[in-house]
Design a binder for this molecule. Structure first.
Ligand SMILES: [Zn+2]
Ligand SMILES: [Zn+2]
Length: 316
């Protein structure tokens, strides 16, 4: 369902692109420098999910803006408390006297707390904040086939971790010589609506829905997590366990190798073996370390990844 590509190389800051099956748009998580991000990928972006606005996660927002201007689209930007002012300030630092109205619209969803967000619209040429209201909602973004939940982690500032979750699907697997037909949709509907006694006609014969229920299979939607900068604290870890347990795939920050764990503590970051350990505890099927300190040489990064993998694979 979801295909995640890391668009920044190891020496750049962090930017991920998420593509969704059968969906013409894509999604960006964090705007660090990313030379591999193409103009078309920026233009086809439907929503941007920012964890926080330290410069290594926000510096490339202008590139996105540059390529999206003129598409006439509405793009959603999700981010932590204060994000509406920060995006507005970035945009307003340019001169917009020649811009056409409708060149782009940004809807900013500013996460206020774990249960609510504020929606603000920014449009050219004046980019004034038009507040659309506050919404009580545990999903920050809802699309036809998936939604995005969030968790506020502590990084001495709010750092938002996002969970992309495909909706569960009901499938009918034909058995015992049954052939497809209009009844398949009726059976799905009866199952979803919990109407076991409904009568369903299959090739002229009547059945109670519950007699056909053994052919109904529930397909659990894929879950992909993006966990950026966070303090390796018990509080953050219990939130991560709750939200990202049993995920199919998680990308987690690994800014420091184990030898630098004091620096990690000082800067409210995680480090290699701790990120691997929490992924192991979450029983994530595939976990990937991302976002390494720029001070590291290639061999340091190799070592860091090995520390992560060892803790993630640990069978104790
Ligand atoms: Zn940070
Ligand atoms: Zn960072």
């Amino acid at each position: 369902m979801f295909t995640v590509e890391v668009k920044s190389d190891r020496k750049e800051d962090i930017c991920l692109l998420i593509k969704v099956d059968n969906h013409s748009f894509n999604y960006i998580c964090d705007c660090g420098e990313a030379k591999a991000l193409s103009v078309k990928e920026c233009q086809d972006t439907n929503a941007v999910f920012l964890s926080h606005t330290h410069i290594d996660h926000f510096v490339n927002f202008d590139t996105l803006l540059r390529h999206q201007i003129g598409t006439g689209k509405k793009v959603v930007i999700c981010g932590p408390n204060g994000i509406a002012d920060q995006v507005q300030n970035r945009i307003k630092s340019y001169c917009w006297n020649l811009i056409e109205e409708g060149a782009i619209t940004y809807e900013i969803r500013e996460i206020l707390d774990q249960q609510s967000y504020k929606s603000v619209v920014l449009k050219p040429p004046f980019w004034e904040q038009e507040v659309m209201g506050s919404f009580e909602e545990e999903n920050i973004f809802i699309e036809k086939d998936f939604n995005v939940e969030f968790e506020i982690l502590d990084h001495k500032t709010d750092s938002i971790a996002y969970l992309f979750k495909a909706v569960d699907k009901t499938k009918i697997v034909l058995e015992n010589g049954f052939r497809g037909g209009k009844w398949v949709a009726e059976l799905k509907n009866a199952f979803d609506e919990n109407q076991a006694e409904t009568t369903i006609q299959v090739e002229g014969k009547e059945y109670k829905a519950k007699e056909l229920f053994p052919m109904v299979k529930k397909e659990i939607g894929e879950k992909v997590g993006i966990i950026m900068d966070h303090d390796a604290s018990p509080e953050n870890h219990s939130k991560i366990l709750k939200k990202f347990g049993l995920c199919d795939e998680v990308y987690i920050e690994c800014f420091y190798k184990d030898e630098d764990k004091e620096l990690a503590k000082k800067n409210y970051h995680s480090y290699a073996s701790m990120s691997g350990k929490i992924m192991k505890e979450c029983e994530v099927k595939r976990a990937y370390p991302i976002h390494f300190s720029r001070k590291y040489k290639e061999e340091d990064i190799e070592k860091l990844i090995a520390q992560f993998e060892k803790a993630y694979a640990n069978n104790d």
